[in-house]
Design a protein. Structure first.
Length: 286
């Protein structure tokens, strides 16, 4: 079942002026429910503009955006409900923290939904635990947390609303490798447990290769492709032609194939490469 659908979606900035620019150009797309989807594209490809249409932050110049089959602009009075169902976390969300305590910051969204105090508390504690925030952290000022903890607190505030779709724009920007891996695993665990759809906008091919089921690729305002992650990375030469790089391990595997080794085409994570190379090493073939 499609959770998000676009039909001929087009968006033009500064229409009718000398600065007119089409950022999303006739995009037709269906994103399934219960999936982890990476969103990639070069800077200016239109991926962030596309994401902002899914929860009604931007209104299409033409075309439609449907959430669970319903046109989100058919009734403007229902846009507030759409934003509860499609949560959007901008890059560096920690700059949006503002409450006295971490607990109050996470509770802000659920409270605006009109939930009871007991339900709010349940959601705050559940989401905090999922993102590795301890109970004592919840009573602190969000500004007393580390950078990574602030990031998790900000993301928890959106997760606590339990959106059907969670959009994360570069959630690991600025984090060290250990922090990146922890954040992505927590997001992946959340997606599986909630059976929601997560859209992960990222410039890291390694991150999307390891943690996503699907990949959405934007190029020059158009949808280049939307497919299973392994199938997209098999189109390595086409991705490179778009100005995108493939995961480093995939480049290493390409070089080994050029040197005559029989190596499968769908090796784009370290784990998959290890599993393929170990039998060859044992045979002395590499």
């Amino acid at each position: 079942m499609a959770i998000l659908t676009t039909e001929g979606l087009t968006y033009t900035y500064s229409a009718g002026t000398p600065f007119e620019k089409t950022a999303v150009d006739h995009v037709d797309l269906c994103i399934e429910d219960n999936t982890m989807c990476g969103v990639i594209g070069h800077t200016g490809s239109g991926k962030s503009t596309l994401m902002q249409h899914f929860n009604g932050l931007l209104k299409p110049t033409s075309g439609k955006v449907l959430v669970e089959g319903q046109d989100i602009w058919a009734d403007k009075k229902k846009l507030r409900d759409v934003r509860f169902r499609v949560g959007l976390v901008f890059q560096y969300p920690e700059y949006q923290l503002f409450e006295e305590t971490v607990y109050k910051d996470i509770a802000f969204g659920p409270r605006n939904m009109g939930l009871s105090d007991d339900e709010i508390r349940h959601r705050v504690l559940e989401t905090a635990q999922a993102l590795g925030l301890t109970k004592d952290m919840l009573e602190r000022s969000p500004f007393a947390l580390s950078g990574g903890q602030k990031r998790r607190a900000a993301i928890a505030g959106v997760m606590a609303m339990r959106p059907k779709v969670l959009i994360l724009d570069e959630p690991c920007a600025g984090l060290d490798p250990k922090g990146r891996a922890l954040m992505l695993q927590q997001i992946r665990d959340y997606q599986r447990k909630s059976q929601s759809t997560v859209l992960l906008v990222s410039h890291s091919m390694e991150d999307v290769a390891e943690f996503t089921d699907k990949l959405l690729v934007m190029s020059k305002a158009k949808l280049f492709c939307y497919d299973d992650t392994p199938k997209v990375f098999r189109r390595a030469e086409e991705l490179r032609a778009l100005g995108l790089r493939v995961p480093q391990i995939a480049s290493v595997m390409d070089e080994l194939r050029r040197r005559g080794y029989e190596i499968p085409l769908d090796l784009y994570t370290v784990e998959k490469a290890r599993d393929a190379l170990l039998p060859l090493l044992r045979k002395g073939a590499v």
